[in-house]
Write a protein that binds this ligand. Structure first.
Ligand SMILES: Cc1cc2nc3c(=O)[nH]c(=O)nc-3n(C[C@H](O)[C@H](O)[C@H](O)COP(=O)(O)OP(=O)(O)OC[C@H]3O[C@@H](n4cnc5c(N)ncnc54)[C@H](O)[C@@H]3O)c2cc1C
Length: 575
């Protein structure tokens, strides 16, 4: 039996690895695969609900399911739980949350729906339509967030699993839009996060994990889920895992399997095939390799929004080095910092909120047949180095003594350009041999002249830098006493000058199998695959291209974890 089991497992594993991308493409094209029983071998262990992945969505889902009385296990691929969420600031965006209501801040559902619809599908948004231009699926998913994120956040707090602090002054990223009738107050952070709110993930994972252990959720680490096991009715009844040591185990789920395995940021093949941009990677947990895209490709699922990611600028060199500690650049620090492309030209408002700054890196020039902005250079002076450094939110300007291997330096602009060119050469094979244009320095000098004229007046006539609330929020530290438009200051005439190589990246991807608003994974006929659930970045987010606000990954995720756990609890026991 053991040999037979082992052989079967190995052949399946080979299938998964070899067939993964092409079957995923077939699923995207709507080619139904047959949902069939995959065997009747014995199980090594058995639970009511099996949660695959112990990060931002898996831990809350496991707790919600456990509190309903279920026997719950988390199977986590990494050596410890946390996933990307452990790196996060862990702001969570919770519309109509309890502290808002207590403070008399009105966040009515129709207004919330208009705000998210306007940002999610701007091309079809129409406030006069019943679904505002969203598809039925998008509308239902967005409603679910409004209905469930607040009770979910409150339950986690009541049970001492994730207590929170309200951030009444944090604005939504598009607070100025007329659709945003509750522009401030939707963000919560873990209660014990530091004042700057940058370390919430560590706090949240610590308290969620402690609550899971306290309340009897089993957590098994170093176990990578490889496959869903179906019975002869096509119902999910368990999973196969591979342990760190290479053993294959079968775990039975009497009621449900909930996938919470994160996105595909660290699978270069999936990235290349699904993202519509040459993304080098990102700062998701290194174990987020799109396993659920590959696993679900045998199940006749519908992949959706595979072309979207929660985007953030990243340091090129950390991405190439696959540095697991890398953060996204939420804060393009420096009032006198400006960013130019290989032609020495400014092409974007550097303080644009991170998700919306990223598309500029991937603009294609059809005349020159190149990505002129694929790698850009943030340039700053000694003043910015002295006053605008930070070791938080991925700031490229780091304090003295910090890890500054990504920084190049020059006493003059010519020297700086030479240092940048040398860095580009060391990465030539990864960046298509990109080089600075011959007139880079001349253009840079002209760019600086104009930038400084505008900065002296505090008004960026080219890109409106610093004119939205969110740009001030994320600009980072400035010299004490700075007045006016504190996102802008003239760059010094004299060196030293500093620069960092920046490209676009992912926090994580946001595409995957389509679920309904209860987290049930849908087949090609839009029917739930019984017993199979997905939440978080391993399944399709209805947000499309939008990043509604800080915390708009984790707030909705907590809401969907709550809904999936409640629905999974009602599944019949398939003993
Ligand atoms: C630097 C940074 C800051 C961020 N700040 C915020 C913020 O403030 N607010 C916000 O809303 N979002 C933030 N995010 C995004 C947020 O962290 C993610 O969207 C969130 O963690 C997603 O939760 P998840 O459960 O889908 O994935 P994860 O939290 O990444 O968890 C997935 C887990 O699944 C495991 N896994 C993968 N494959 C398997 C497998 N086959 N079997 C078993 N386990 C598997 C992984 O090891 C991982 O532990 C930030 C992200 C980064 C990188």
């Amino acid at each position: 039996m053991n040999n037979e089991h082992e052989n079967l497992s190995l052949s399946r594993r080979t299938f998964i690895k070899a067939a993964g991308a092409s079957t995923a493409v077939a699923a995207l094209a709507g080619v139904a695969s047959h949902v069939m029983a995959n065997d009747s071998l014995p199980f090594d262990s058995e639970h009511d609900i099996v949660v695959c992945g112990g990060g931002g969505s898996g831990l809350p889902a496991a707790l919600f399911a456990r509190w309903l009385g279920n026997d719950v296990v988390i199977l986590e691929k990494a050596a410890s739980p946390g996933g990307t969420a452990a790196k996060a600031a862990f702001w969570y965006w919770v519309p109509n949350n309890t502290p808002m209501r207590n403070a008399g801040l009105v966040d009515a559902k129709p207004d919330y729906m208009r705000y998210v619809a306007r940002l999610t599908r701007p091309q079809s948004y129409d406030a006069s339509l019943p679904k505002l231009g969203l598809s039925d699926w998008e509308y239902e998913m967005c409603e679910a967030i409004y209905d469930s994120a607040a009770p979910a956040a409150d339950l986690l707090a009541e049970r001492d699993a994730l207590t929170y602090r309200h951030c009444p002054d944090v604005p939504d990223y598009w607070a100025e839009l007329p659709e945003d009738k509750a522009p401030k107050g939707r963000v919560l952070v873990p209660k014990d996060a530091r004042e700057s709110m940058s370390d919430g993930g560590r706090v949240a994972i610590r308290t969620l994990t402690a609550a899971a252990k306290r309340d009897g959720v089993k957590i098994r680490t170093g176990e990578r889920v490889m496959k869903v096991i179906l019975n002869d009715k096509g119902e999910a009844i368990g999973v196969e895992v591979e342990t760190e040591e290479g053993a294959r185990l079968r775990v039975k789920a009497r009621k449900a399997v909930i996938f919470a395995t994160g996105g595909f940021t660290h699978d270069p093949e999936l990235r290349r095939n699904f993202l519509n941009a040459p993304v080098y990677g990102g700062c998701a947990a290194l174990t987020n390799e799109g396993d659920f895209v590959r696993i679900s490709s045998e199940l006749g699922v519908q992949l959706r929004n595979m072309n979207y990611a929660w985007s953030c600028p990243i340091l090129l060199e950390k991405a190439l080095a696959k540095d697991g500690s890398m953060s996204g650049i939420f804060t393009m620090t420096g009032d006198s910092m400006l960013m130019v492309n290989k032609y020495g030209k400014r092409v974007v408002n550097e303080k644009t909120v991170y998700n919306d700054l990223v598309p500029t890196f991937f603009q294609w020039d059809g005349n020159k047949s190149e990505y002129p902005n694929l790698v850009m250079f943030s340039i700053w002076d000694q003043r910015a180095q002295d006053y605008c450094h930070s070791d938080e939110y991925g700031s490229p300007i780091v304090p003295k003594g910090g890890n500054d291997r990504h920084v190049v330096r020059g006493e003059t602009l010519d020297e700086l350009a030479k240092a940048i060119a040398e860095r580009l050469d060391t990465h030539a094979s990864a960046i298509g041999g990109m080089k600075l244009a011959p007139d880079f320095v001349a253009n840079l000098k002209a760019t600086l002249k104009r930038f400084n004229q505008m900065a002296r007046k505090g008004k960026d006539l080219d890109f409106a830098r610093g004119e939205l609330a969110v740009q001030k929020l994320f600009t980072g530290p400035v010299k004490p006493g700075s007045q006016g438009n504190t996102t802008l200051y003239p760059l010094a005439e004299k060196g030293p000058f500093y620069a960092a190589l920046i490209t676009g990246g992912n926090l994580d991807t946001k595409g995957g199998p389509k679920t309904n608003s209860h987290g049930q994974v849908l087949n090609n006929d839009n029917q739930p695959i019984p017993g199979l659930y997905g939440i978080g970045n391993c399944v399709a987010s209805a947000s499309g291209r939008a990043y509604w606000s800080g915390g708009s990954t984790l707030g909705p995720i907590i809401g969907f974890a709550y809904r999936a756990a409640n629905q999974a609890h009602t599944e019949p026991s398939r003993a």
